[in-house]
Structure formats: structure tokens, C-alpha cells
Design a protein. Structure first.
Length: 647
């Protein structure tokens, strides 16, 4: 049987807001001036795990991951009052989800502290020293006394319901493209659990990562284009990594991206795993906010107010029994309740584009998915959307129950009665938010470069002092010891490399590479046949030499560098060596091997650059690393010239 078609309902209102009448620009179609017209501002919160032996407030080992668990703990999260006697909006939102949180525990990586059944140990000194070291690399002013505070988290990612955190530095700055990016603060805090699954009202976490020390670096919103955000994020991560004191690899570094435009508000895109994803996410969030601002202006022009939006919903379950809309039909057969919420004044706006391939309807769908936990999609239908939903006759029945004219958009949700009622409330709440413009939210990065609702943006009400741990005084002697061990910053390293004659691009790569320290150790060997550029190139190509022991590796490279400087080795012999560098061939033997290789070259082009490259590819097989490439090239040209037929 064919799907029923939606009968489009005529709108009473014509959309006049210019932004809603033109296609959204795709990423790459706007330049810096285009983003300036949007009023784009963006900042970062970069999280980096610290390379410590233990977790931050207990004595469990850090850095051990496992898919095996030995026990499970079930928790339900409930909000608590802040120090000022207020509830945090995010905590209240999470409470509405009625989630069952299950923690998968491994005996080797979890303890009673992390389950909030024992008080915390004193903060790990190794982690604290690392955090101050990186704060100084970022130019921050260190605090003289560390105060531990609690930050409420009710999404279940931390079993205690709060995270212990402390500011270690403020008011830093790093150079970027001839200007300064301000560092607002750097904090040390506990890492959260790893999410395993989230379905309906049930969420699973692993606790192996829980409590590992990490730093959070917060910038001011000084980036004005999407690609600048990624570049600054890379610079901050490089700064942390040159210290050698942070973990690397998947999940060790994550970033939250803050985005706002003119007329919008700060939106936090949470947990972006890759810097490569940032530009497209920032671009699409800027478009979303601009579209929501345009929708707000259109509602104002129409004179729509909160009083026009109903505070109740309508049960239309009896009116849609027997529907051919399969999603609803299956749900009703299982006992689902179907509720309808009319939105007067939203004619033509529910289907307005907000991001590429995304409309305003998804703003409602996301709230329903996250808060009502109705996550089988689609989870909402709109009377004006261009999709297969209810038939025209069924929409007429629904409109009659709601008591609205045909042009008024109606949103319909379905699910268990309690979930459907939560969903209907969220539709009304989100409609009221549309009158105010852009609601303050934390959003999640999606694979297609767009973002989706995750939770209400937390406020100051979720912070309160920790009464289990005393303040920690930071002495001048401790800071001096930390500062004395600081490495040079990447831009300082790059300037030094360029002074030694390393090319700009090569210097930029080596300045953030683990091989930089080895370059400094070998700097005294630069002379004769070994230039600084050659040494830098070799180290980047073979930054992990065969000897596993660090001292043996240093000795290996010192020997190689001396032989290169004396002309006893060719750089190619180091590049292509399987173990020890290849020894250069005496010229007579090299000529003999060349002749043999030349005679075995198969049929192919013999003229011009293509012919030269073809012959080189074959003869170098036996000579690579033993004869300089330029020498072999000259021999190939001589041979080709001697065999070329006269005109």
C-alpha cells in the first residue's frame, strides 16, 4: 500500500525575513569578511590528559583501559542546591530525563573514592606540578593558593554527581598570526567516565578513565573565522605536548568549542574529538544561530508572544488509530500515547533551514530525543513538513481536536504516556525559547558537521566549594623549580631552528616534534657534509631510530651525524637503511652496478622528463642509499643522450 501523502496546509503568514529566503552558504563559501558580517566570535576549551602514574584524588593507576568489567553499579542522579540556594538549570534538565545510570567497574582501575563511598586523598603532586608548568607555557599568572571546588554533573558521566576542579592560572596569552589570543584560565580537574551506550532511559559508562588528571585551557573568544579556531586549538595542544608531560593518542585530547554571532549567544559544542572537525562545526553553528535570530525577528514582526502559545497538549490517540503512518501505527499497537501541540504564529518557520540538511523541526526533535528519551527517529511529525506522515484527513482531525485553523503548524509526538507528556512540554518550552532567539545550550558534534542539542548550558549555580579538601599554598620555591624545567615554546624553537638554517616549513614541523630535543643534542655535529636542514629532515623521517634505549639511540645518531659531516655517509643511506646506514659504493663499483641496472630496464619511454623518471625508478632500486641521487640522475641523462637518435 502506498504511503499517505501530507496535504500542505496554506499559511496565513508570508515569511519576509531575508535570511530565511536564501539558501544557507556551505562551508568554504564564506571568507573572513563573510564571517565578520555574521559577527562570528569563537573560543576554545582544550582538555588534555596529564602523563601521571596515578589518578588525581585517589591512588588508582592512571592510563589503564579495559573492556572487561567485574561489577556493575546502578545510580539515579538528583540535583542539589548550590551555595546560593539555587538549582542549576542543567541539573534540573538532566533530572527530567529519569535516566538509569549503570557503571561498569574494573577492579584494577576503580576504588571506593570514585563511587563517593570514601573521602578523597590529597591532590596528586605530580599532576599539580604539570598543570603549573603548562600554565606558565601559556603565559598564565599562577595562583598562590589552589582551592578545590565541585562542579555538578548530572548526566551520569561522574558517579558522585560532581567533578573536583581547581584553577591554577589566569590571564595568559599566546602569539597567533601577528596578534594575541588571550588565555582566560587553566584548570586542573578529574576526567569523566567513558560512555558505552545511551538508549532510552538507560545509559552505560566504563570507569577506567574516571579520575585521571587533565587540564582545561580556556581561551577568550578571539577567533573570528572557523579555521582560526582549529589553528589555535592545534597551537594549544602543541604547547602542552612539547612539555612531554601529557598523554597522546585517541581520547587523550578533546576540545569544546564556544560559538556566537551577532544577536545570538554563547553555544558550547562539546567534546569535539578531532581538530579537523572544528571549522565545519563552527561554520554550521554560526549559520544556525543566524537562522534562529532571523526566526526570532520574524516572530516579533508577526506580533507572536508567549501568551499565544498554549501551555497544554491534546491527546489525539483515538484520532490516529488505524493510521498508515508506520512509526505511529507500531507505537500505538504497543500502547503508546499520541499527543499534539499546536504552535500558532509559526507558519512557515518549522521547516525553515537552520543548518545544511537541517530545519527548525530538528530543534524540537533533539529536545524530545534527549529529555523525553524518545530516541527512535522520527520522533515528531509536523503538519506542514514535506514528508510522509499522517494523511490529510488525519491532520484535519488532529487540527479539529486542537481547535486551530489549517495554517497553524501542529507538532505530534508519541511514546509511553509519561515520555510523551515530557516531549509535549519540551515542544512548548522550545517554542518559547524561539521568541527569545538563541537558547543557551551545550550541543554535541555530529558526524555530518552539524550539531545537535545535548543539554542546557550550565551556569555558575553548579559550582560550590569542596569541604573535604583544604586550600593548597604554592610556594615561590616550588614555582621556581617548575619554571626552571620548562622547555622552549614552539615559536621559540622555530625561530632558533631558522637561525641555524633550517627552512621555515621544516622548522615549524620539528619545533613541535619529539625529535627536537635530539636535534639540540646533535647540533654540535653540524659541519661539512651535514647541514642543519639535512639533520632536521633526517630526524623527522627517522625520529624513532632502531635502538630502543634512549642513550643508545643518542649514541647511534651521534655516530651517524659525525660520519655524515665527514662525508663517510650519504643522507640517502640513512633514510633508506633498514638497520645501520648503508655505506656509499666506490665509484667503479657504482658505475658497474649502474650499467647492469640500465641494461635490465624494461621497455618504456626513453624521451624527456617522463623517460628520465621511468629509467631512474628502475636503476635506483639497486643504488638507492649507496649513490647520491643527483649523481645517478646525471648518469641517466648521459646514457639517454648517448642513445638518442640524431635528427
Amino acid at each position: 500500500m502506498p504511503e499517505p501523502l501530507v496535504v500542505a496546509m496554506p499559511s496565513r503568514h508570508a515569511v519576509t525575513e531575508p535570511w530565511l529566503l536564501k539558501p544557507l552558504p556551505l562551508y568554504g563559501e564564506l571568507d573572513a569578511a563573510g564571517y565578520a558580517d555574521l559577527g562570528l566570535m569563537s573560543g576554545l576549551e582544550v582538555h588534555q590528559q596529564l602523563l601521571t602514574e596515578r589518578k588525581l584524588f585517589c591512588r588508582c593507576p592512571a592510563g589503564r583501559y579495559s573492556t572487561e568489567h567485574h561489577a556493575e553499579v546502578l545510580r539515579h542522579m538528583r540535583p542539589t542546591l548550590s551555595e546560593m540556594g539555587e538549582y542549576d538549570g542543567t541539573a534540573l534538565m538532566e533530572f527530567k530525563t529519569r535516566k538509569n545510570i549503570v557503571y561498569l567497574l574494573n577492579n584494577e582501575t576503580v576504588c571506593t573514592y570514585e563511587m563517593d563511598d570514601a573521602p578523597p586523598f590529597e591532590i596528586d603532586d605530580q599532576a599539580l606540578d604539570i598543570s603549573f608548568a603548562i600554565a606558565r607555557l601559556l603565559g598564565c599568572n599562577p595562583v598562590s593558593e589552589v582551592h578545590i571546588t565541585r562542579k555538578q554533573y548530572l548526566d551520569g558521566s561522574i558517579p558522585t554527581g560532581f567533578q573536583r576542579t581547581a584553577i591554577v592560572g589566569t590571564d595568559g596569552a599566546i602569539p597567533f598570526k601577528g596578534r594575541t589570543v588571550r588565555i582566560r584560565q587553566i584548570s586542573i580537574e578529574e576526567d569523566s567516565c567513558r560512555e558505552v551506550s545511551d538508549r532510552g532511559h538507560l545509559r552505560h559508562y566504563r570507569t577506567d578513565r574516571l579520575g585521571m588528571p587533565l587540564i582545561e585551557t580556556v581561551t577568550d573568544p578571539d577567533m573570528k573565522t572557523p579555521w582560526e579556531v582549529a589553528e589555535v586549538g592545534q597551537l594549544i595542544r602543541w604547547l602542552a605536548r612539547v612539555s612531554g608531560l601529557v598523554r597522546t593518542g585517541p581520547g587523550a585530547g578533546r576540545q569544546d568549542v564556544n560559538v556566537s554571532v551577532t544577536g545570538g549567544t554563547r553555544i558550547e559544542i562539546k567534546g569535539v574529538p578531532s581538530l579537523r572537525d572544528i571549522p565545519r562545526l563552527v561554520h554550521n553553528e554560526a549559520l544556525r544561530q543566524t537562522s534562529l535570530v532571523a526566526i526570532q525577528r520574524e516572530l516579533q514582526r508577526r506580533g507572536v508572544t508567549g501568551a499565544d502559545l498554549p501551555e497544554r497538549w491534546h491527546d489525539v490517540t483515538p484520532n490516529v488509530r488505524g493510521t498508515e503512518f508506520r512509526n505511529v501505527a507500531k507505537a500505538v499497537q504497543k500502547g503508546a500515547t499520541v499527543l499534539a501541540v499546536p504552535l500558532p504564529g509559526f507558519d512557515g518557520l518549522i521547516t525553515a533551514p537552520t543548518q545544511p540538511r537541517t530545519t527548525m523541526l530538528k530543534e524540537f526533535s533533539d529536545r524530545i530525543r534527549v529529555i523525553a528519551c524518545i530516541d527512535d527517529l522520527p520522533n515528531v511529525a509536523c503538519s506542514t513538513q514535506d514528508a510522509h506522515t499522517f494523511s490529510g484527513a488525519e491532520w484535519d482531525k488532529i487540527g479539529g481536536v486542537c481547535g486551530v485553523e489549517r495554517h497553524v503548524p501542529i507538532l505530534v509526538v508519541w511514546g509511553r504516556q509519561e515520555d510523551a507528556e515530557t516531549a509535549a512540554r519540551e515542544i512548548t518550552i522550545r517554542a518559547h525559547d524561539a521568541l527569545a532567539g538563541v537558547p543557551s545550550e551545550t550541543r554535541q558534534a555530529l558526524d555530518d558537521g552539524t550539531d545537535g542539542f545535548e543539554r542546557i548550558l550550565p551556569g555558575a549555580d553548579r559550582m560550590y566549594p569542596d569541604t573535604d579538601l583544604p586550600p593548597i599554598g604554592i610556594t615561590d620555591a616550588r614555582l621556581e623549580r617548575i619554571v626552571a624545567a620548562l622547555p622552549a615554546r614552539p615559536w621559540e624553537r622555530q625561530a632558533r631552528l631558522e637561525e641555524l638554517g633550517v627552512g621555515r616549513d621544516l622548522a615549524a614541523r620539528l619545533s613541535i616534534h619529539p625529535a627536537y630535543e635530539l636535534f639540540c643534542d646533535l647540533e654540535g655535529e653540524i659541519s661539512g657534509g651535514l647541514s642543519a636542514g639535512t639533520l632536521a629532515s633526517l630526524l623527522l623521517d627517522r625520529s624513532c631510530p632502531r635502538p630502543a634505549n634512549r642513550h643508545a639511540a643518542g649514541d647511534w645518531w651521534h655516530d651517524v651525524a659525525r660520519r655524515l659531516a665527514r662525508g663517510e655517509l650519504l643522507p640517502e643511506g640513512v633514510y633508506h637503511a633498514e638497520d645501520d646506514p648503508l655505506e656509499p659504493l666506490p665509484e667503479a663499483e657504482a658505475r658497474e652496478r649502474f650499467a647492469a641496472a640500465l641494461a635490465s630496464v624494461p621497455e618504456g619511454p626513453r624521451e624527456g622528463h617522463i623517460g628520465e623518471a621511468f629509467v631512474m625508478a628502475h636503476v635506483m632500486t639497486d643504488l638507492r642509499g649507496r649513490v647520491a641521487g643527483r649523481t645517478v640522475r646525471d648518469w641517466v641523462r648521459e646514457a639517454m643522450a648517448s642513445t638518442r637518435r640524431p635528427a
